[in-house]
Write a protein that binds this ligand. Structure first.
Ligand code: G3P
Ligand code: MG
Length: 243
């Protein structure tokens, strides 16, 4: 059955890439979570989407210019000001420590398209191994050099290229870089491409699927998974297809 992966956690209702958004994704019965990682000034792997702090936190400036201690002082819940619980920027280690207590899939997206974050791949792999999450983690990125580097470091961890446009025969491309799947923008992946990929043994996990009609299309063709901001809507629809 098509798996539901909560994009930045349950980001439709909770501050993206925070512990509450991850916990709520689990309560919503999502099969997994997607999160974005970058490096702090002192080389800690931190969970945040934008290169700048401005949109999602009380801080201003680039993530890479602040130490973990400085980043931890910021409010990471500014997009949902009515939440009573204060949220901070999590480290990947904090999220992994929690994941080790459940069975969720984790899609770690390396955000190293703008800044290279030298050494981030090694740090992410080390944490995956430390928390014994190799079998249920997928490392994705728009930076395909970076995921190939991850594969060389840890062939036991699945990699998946992110594709924002309609690449021709993406299942062949994915196999060529030893990826067992790819993560396309949902609007760039017609049913035929999904079916041919699945027939070739290549998983397809489109993002960011928030329209019910798109979710239904993916359930109907038994797509591997999809990444959504609202796991509650997705899980409810999935139950309909289960019957
Ligand atoms: O990993 C899928 C999706 O998260 C990619 O785009 O910008 O939301 O990180 P973005
Ligand atoms: Mg992402």
């Amino acid at each position: 059955m098509t798996e539901v992966i909560a994009h930045r956690g349950y980001s439709a209702k909770f501050p993206e890439n925070t512990m509450i958004a991850f916990h709520e994704a689990e309560y919503a019965n999502a099969d997994g979570i997607e999160l974005d990682v970058q490096l702090s000034k002192d080389g800690e792997v931190v969970v945040i989407h934008d290169e700048k702090l401005n949109r999602t936190t009380s801080g201003k400036g680039y993530v890479k210019d602040f130490t973990l201690q400085e980043l931890k002082k910021l409010d990471a819940g500014v997009l949902f000001p009515n939440l009573s619980e204060k949220q901070t920027i999590p480290t990947l280690e904090e999220v992994f420590a929690w994941l080790a207590t459940n069975t969720l899939i984790c899609n770690v997206e390396l955000k190293n398209g703008v800044f290279r974050y030298e050494g981030m791949e090694e740090k992410v792999i080390k944490l995956i191994r430390q928390y014994d999450l190799s079998k249920r983690t997928i490392i994705s990125s728009f930076n395909h050099y970076s995921i190939v580097h991850c594969y060389r470091l840890a062939p036991e961890v699945e990699i998946a290229p992110l594709l924002s446009e309609g690449l021709y025969m993406p299942w062949i491309y994915a196999a060529s870089i030893r990826a067992k799947g790819f993560h396309p923008r949902y609007s760039a992946v017609p049913n035929e491409v999904i079916s041919l990929s699945l027939e070739s043994g290549i998983a397809v996990r489109p993002y960011t699927v928030n329209k019910e009609v798109e979710m239904e299309r993916l359930f109907q063709i038994n797509c591997t998974a999809f990444i959504t901001d609202d796991p509650t809507i997705a899980v409810k629809l999935r139950d309909k297809y289960k019957k």
